[in-house]
Design a protein around this ligand. Structure first.
Ligand code: GRF
Length: 213
């Protein structure tokens, strides 16, 4: 039985697209059983629709309280029997109830090498601008479990991307995004195959998928 994943996305969903491609290719053995987005115009909804993945538009502003919002989200996840939540460019903080219920079962991808260039406000192009402004020579990708703090949970996988002398934030962003597309599925596959163990902050992977192929 494949691991049942719910994808949360707010925007373009290119990471979601890359995961779907890997599944089609037979590299990634998970089932995408639900997509949740907070922005009804997100292209991720089109990807869900064209792959027959049930999609739900859920925004905190639709609800009277955080409890009601969290309960609706929880109901959808339970109904879909989601075992893992995959954040793919999801811009809203998850209700803490969900973070607790899915302890070490929520993954996120960050376009930088955490713990540098992470935290509140560090998303999208802001990360790459900060990397260039700092003068860092490497940037990269971090896949991590999600806890109550932004960009803080245990690191599952990282991949470096060299910063080039003539990079601007856009060129760096596009190479990092390419690296994201080549990294996220490897982390998910390792989780799906039960190759991941977590001890405190240390995540160990016994796997083949971690290596290039
Ligand atoms: C990616 O850079 C990801 O690291 C970040 O949000 C961006 C989403 O891009 N969390 P996309 O929607 O997957 O194209």
């Amino acid at each position: 039985m494949s691991m049942r994943c719910a994808v949360f996305a707010s925007g373009g969903g290119s990471n979601f697209g890359a995961l779907l491609d890997r599944k089609v290719k037979g590299d990634l053995h998970v089932d995408f059983v639900l997509m949740i987005g907070n922005n009804s115009k997100a292209a991720a909804f089109d990807r869900a629709n064209s792959n027959n993945i049930p999609a739900l538009h859920l925004a905190p502003s639709h609800f009277h309280s955080e409890e009601e919002y969290a309960q609706t989200m929880m109901n959808a996840l339970t109904e879909a029997k989601a075992e893992l939540i995959v954040l793919a460019g999801y811009m809203k903080k998850l209700p803490s109830r969900i973070v607790k219920e899915y302890h070490n079962k929520i993954v996120n991808i960050h376009p930088g090498l955490l713990p540098a260039f992470g935290g509140k406000g560090m998303y999208g192009i802001n990360v790459h601008k900060a990397v260039l402004e700092y003068g860092a020579k490497v940037s990269g990708v971090t896949v991590h479990f999600v806890d109550e703090e932004y960009d803080h949970g245990p690191v599952i996988m990282q991949k470096t991307v060299a910063v080039l002398d003539d990079d601007d934030a856009e060129t760096l962003a596009s190479r990092v995004l390419e690296a994201e597309h080549d990294t996220y599925w490897r982390a998910l596959e390792a989780i799906a195959l039960g190759q991941i163990s977590v001890e405190g902050r240390r995540v160990k992977i016994q796997s083949e998928v971690n290596s290039e192929n």
